[in-house]
Design a protein around this ligand. Structure first.
Ligand code: ADP
Ligand code: TRP
Length: 339
């Protein structure tokens, strides 16, 4: 397959030590599919994780965990540039510049910050890293001048703010330094519901189904999932639409005829929740078997990941430092004295 010259970039924050199926279907899978058709840059947003993680051991473990998850799930270093944000200093450097092209008012309207403000006691508990998070994210994106940014629905606002910053910057200097990036968000899987059947699947809400955890953990997560709240016993006709367990079957179960059969038995009140979930657990094991095996291999030989990240950092630095110089030149920081 020939690749388009449309560059794609995305990042993931290692705020937990392992990905869940919401991350996978909402973000990782679409990102990995793009590897075949586009020039792709993917990175571990390790500096972004500092907004919530101030325990060095936890952070170290999370970064390794998520890097291995990505490689195990199919990130191909021959097709994508895969690197760590902190290995490319231009991310932090461009952030310092970009903060000057966005207003305080616009920053205050960002969801991540507003949600936290609602949940916590108040402004005193919000660190500036969290408040500035979207500026670092804009720097992450704009350095690579991508055409598209594949993310989950919850990141749309950040990509839109990035466009605003880019537009404002370009207008100020009357120069198309930054192409405006498109958020690439899949309609069907942009927002996968959690096992509580209410909110989006998220590690902070404890409503996830993991990928690489021990079988017993995954089984428990699946067995405790919410189904049709109006169905009291297995002989009651049940609703399939919007039922999280069937949503997961649609995503995970490669045996489509089994899924159809389960759905029609469920509608007719001819199958219990336990059987539907047991089959889901089996489907999960099949779907992720190869990735789970690959992850064990990578864990046993960390040099593989280390080499991939070193090579990724080299390529990313090359691209990013060129953009940073162009920006410095545009704004007047690079002049006759340092050229
Ligand atoms: P979490 O909410 O578990 O902390 P993150 O915020 O770290 O997950 O998200 C990592 C990536 O996965 C982001 O691109 C995000 O949009 C995507 N993502 C997270 N949860 C979901 C979900 N429930 N459905 C779809 N995409 C998701
Ligand atoms: N904010 C994203 C998340 O929580 C991670 C991220 C950081 C990102 N920088 C990015 C995603 C740049 C896309 C592009 O998942």
């Amino acid at each position: 397959m020939t690749k388009t010259n449309k560059r794609i970039l995305s990042g993931i924050t290692p705020s937990g030590n392992s990905l869940h199926i919401g991350n996978y279907f909402g973000a990782v899978k679409p990102q990995l599919e793009l590897q075949h058709t586009a020039e792709t840059y993917y990175f571990m947003a390790d500096l972004h994780a500092l907004t919530t993680i101030h325990d060095r051991d936890v952070l170290e473990k999370n970064i390794t965990g998520v890097v291995l998850d990505y490689l195990a799930l199919g990130l191909d270093p021959d097709k994508s540039v895969f690197f760590r944000q902190s290995d490319v200093p231009a991310h932090s450097q461009l952030m310092v510049v970009l903060g000057n092209y966005i207003s305080y008012g616009q920053m205050q309207r960002m969801h991540a910050f507003k949600d936290k403000l609602q949940k916590d006691v108040g402004e005193e508990s919000i660190n500036m890293g969290l408040f500035n998070y979207p500026i670092l994210m804009a720097a992450d994106i704009l350095l690579y001048k991508p055409y598209g940014v594949p993310v989950g629905e919850d990141q749309r606002q950040h990509v839109e703010l990035t466009r605003d910053m880019a537009e404002n910057f370009n207008k100020t200097y009357k120069k198309e330094v930054f192409p405006l990036p498109e958020p690439l968000i899949s309609k069907e899987v942009g927002k996968i519901v959690g096992t509580d059947g209410q909110r989006k699947m998220s590690k902070s809400l404890g409503n996830t189904i993991g990928i690489f955890e021990d079988e017993a953990v995954i089984r428990k997560q699946i067995m405790s999932s919410f189904t049709d709240p109006n169905r009291k016993k297995a002989t009651d006709p049940g609703t399939v639409e919007g039922n999280p367990v069937f949503l997961y079957h649609d995503l995970l179960n490669d045996d489509k005829s089994e899924v159809e059969e389960l759905k029609s038995r469920y509608r007719a009140g001819k199958v219990g929740d336990v059987e539907v979930k047991e089959r889901l657990f089996a489907a999960h094991q099949r779907y992720f078997a190869a990735a789970r095996a690959k992850r064990k291999e990578l864990e046993a030989n960390l040099d593989i990941a280390r080499d991939v990240l070193a090579e990724g950092a080299r390529k990313a630095n090359q691209f990013a430092s060129t953009t940073l110089l162009e920006v410095y030149e545009t704004i007047g920081i690079r002049n006759a004295l340092n050229k």
